[in-house]
Design a protein around this ligand. Structure first.
Ligand code: RNT
Ligand code: ZN
Length: 416
């Protein structure tokens, strides 16, 4: 008997079909964010990262050209099991030699190389307008909520251009494109007017959505946030604002980033709350330490709990999952791989949990037995199921993948 066969029998004793869990996970797309590879800089500007977000660390080998970033992403994906989707920010437009257009003028052709990469691996692409790291956002950090009509108009045009590019992605790849609107708009200190900026923000997003698009192809999202660096006192796109916006605008999804709430709030609890009302929702999966620090995703308790809520509510096809973190203090490709594999593990563990049996114990008020069973699940031989899943996807289940990163670092990254 192999280790997998033995583990499979142990799970089967609780009614869990591990073969089915493995087969299911293989077809669930998870979006990998291009911005982990170059510390959220992109290709369309020389300035620093702005918008209240920050990377820390100066690990060598950062990608600085499109060719490098795409190659690094391919390397990372080759070491991860499961179905991937690309997640691209508008600042990652790829221009011809000597060409440049501003963000309000970008076109599908500037993302043709991303489409090429997506097609090579039969992946979809998600997209994000970039409302930061730009002169039009540098003066006061305000974009869609700015009191300056000219600034708002520029960013509305950017948003519309991004809808056109999102539709192009969907048409080219055959997969819907999740287009996420997030801005760092807010104030460092106690504002004198909170509703004014929010009304402008609302009207600007509405203006963007006036761009015609097919709702089956483009899934616009609004991402909330509680605070950012330099916008500690107020953000225009707060939780209540974005939830209400999505609830009142047909076809718009709420996007929850689990770094964007007060420290004792958990997105695992918010997922089922939103699933009661929204046909589809989106997630940015990250790991905050003390604040929205965007550390590399690990297999920690909250990560596992979020995955459980998606799986046990049978919502794998209603929740668009994307990773969103950026760490410049370790090998950037390893950071991608660790995070992607962690989320795969969380999903697989959730799929290997006897969810119906546990829910029944809850409904029958058998809380002691529920506690006993939930604790028992923690020491099941999950590693053997994971190993089988990785093997069936043609990737290493153990740390062998890291050897490849070390070789790539020596041969490629350190020569940059
Ligand atoms: C920032 C948001 C946002 C960004 C990316 C780069 O706090 O999480 O999603 O991380 O758009
Ligand atoms: Zn996010």
């Amino acid at each position: 008997m192999t280790r997998y066969e033995s583990a499979k029998a142990m799970y089967a004793a609780y009614g869990v079909d591990t073969d089915a869990a493995i087969a299911k996970l293989k077809n669930i797309p998870v979006a990998l964010h291009c911005w982990q590879g170059d510390d959220v800089i992109g290709f369309d500007h020389d300035g620093p990262l702005s918008g209240g977000i920050q990377t820390t660390g100066n690990y060598p080998g950062k990608a600085t050209t499109p060719a490098q970033l795409l190659a690094d992403m391919e390397k990372a994906m080759s070491l991860c099991p499961g179905t991937k989707k690309l997640n691209v920010h508008a600042c990652y437009a790829i221009f011809e030699e000597g060409e440049y257009v501003d963000r309000d003028k970008i076109e599908p052709k500037h993302f043709a190389k991303w489409v090429e990469l997506a097609k090579k691996y039969n992946m979809g692409i998600d997209f994000n307008p970039t409302f930061f790291s730009h002169p039009m956002a540098s003066k006061d950090g305000l974009t869609l909520s700015s009191p300056d009509a000219e600034v708002r108009a520029f960013w509305i045009e950017h948003g519309k251009a991004c809808i056109r590019i999102s539709e192009y992605f969907a048409k080219e790849t055959g997969y819907p494109c999740v287009m996420n609107i997030w801005t760092g708009d807010g104030y460092k200190d106690v504002p004198a007017d909170r509703m004014g900026p929010r009304m402008r923000y609302k009207e600007s997003i509405e203006a963007i959505l006036e761009e015609p698009f097919d709702k089956n192809l483009v899934k616009p999202c609004v991402e909330s946030k509680v605070f950012g660096i330099g916008v500690e006192a107020f953000t225009a796109g707060s939780a209540e604002f974005t939830l209400s916006f999505a609830a009142t605008h047909d076809g718009v999804l709420p996007l929850m980033d689990n770094g964007h709430y007060h420290p004792t709030e958990v997105v695992s609890d918010k997922i089922p709350a939103l699933l009661c009302f929204y046909p589809e929702i989106a997630l940015h999966i990250t790991r905050g330490i003390r604040w929205d620090s965007d550390h590399v995703l690990l297999l920690d308790d909250e990560t596992k709990e979020m995955a459980k809520e998606i799986v046990r509510n049978d919502a794998l096809d209603r929740v668009y999952m994307a990773l969103d973190y950026f760490d410049a203090s370790i090998n950037r490709i390893a950071a991608w791989v660790i995070g992607f594999r962690s989320w795969q593990k969380a999903l697989l563990a959730a799929l290997c949990t006897p969810n119906a049996m546990l829910a029944k114990l809850q409904d029958e008020n058998k809380y002691t037995e529920l506690m006993v069973m939930q604790e028992e699940m923690k020491t099941m031989p999950f590693g053997d199921i994971w190993a089988e899943y990785c093997a069936s996807c043609g990737v290493a289940s153990d740390t062998a993948w890291y050897k490849e990163i070390e070789a790539y670092e020596a041969e490629v990254l350190l020569k940059r």
